[in-house]
Design a protein around this ligand. Structure first.
Ligand code: GRF
Length: 181
């Protein structure tokens, strides 16, 4: 079975690229569409290169009707920098997932890497979770961890965590297949 997804982005789209690469390497996933709220998102170019239909949509009701036309099994937020309304989230119960650059419940919101440095944390990582009305607060599906090096900066942590994300996100998506069978 192939899991069908819609991917929502706002920027660079390296997580989108990791999913595209995983599919090209045989992962049983299909990206039905990539939707961005930002027409300048580099991720749109990545999608076009992979022949995935793209849309630029800023308005939420329009976003919902576009997604519904594709009928994806999951909606995958990959650097989508817009908080979704409770009504939107309720329309897709247990169907929206997000990747966040911290070990939730630590550090919801922005500037996670700097907070790790400021708190002298020994470990850091990323979390894939279901999206609920509580921002970055939905049930955790999986995490990847790294050990913080004394020489790490917020920037090196950002890069190191992204490497983890690129492995974790496709793997979690494939694991969701068993939940829809
Ligand atoms: C990732 O670090 C993700 O954790 C956060 O936004 C970033 C998106 O990066 N939600 P990219 O656009 O996938 O490169």
């Amino acid at each position: 079975m192939t899991l069908t997804i819609a991917v929502l982005i706002s920027g660079n789209g390296t997580n989108l690229q990791a999913i595209i690469d995983a599919i090209q390497n045989g992962a049983p996933l299909k990206i039905l569409t990539v939707i961005s709220n930002n027409e300048k998102a580099l991720g749109l170019k990545r999608a076009e290169k992979a022949d995935i239909p793209t849309h630029v949509i800023k308005e939420e009701l329009e976003l919902q009707s576009c997604i519904d036309q594709y009928q994806p099994q999951f909606i995958v937020l990959a650097g989508f920098m817009k908080i979704l309304s409770p009504a939107f989230i309720r329309h897709y119960p247990q169907k929206i997932i997000n990747i966040h650059p911290s070990l939730l419940p630590k550090y919801p919101g922005l500037h996670t890497h700097q907070q790790v440095i400021d708190h002298h944390d020994k470990e850091h990582g990323c979390t894939v979770h279901f999206v609920t009305e509580i921002v970055d607060g939905g049930p955790i599906i999986a995490q990847s961890k790294l050990t913080v090096d004394p020489n790490d900066t917020a920037e090196t942590l950002r890069q190191r965590v992204q490497q983890l994300e690129h492995t974790l996100y496709p793997r979690v998506l494939v694991s969701l297949i068993k939940t829809v069978q």
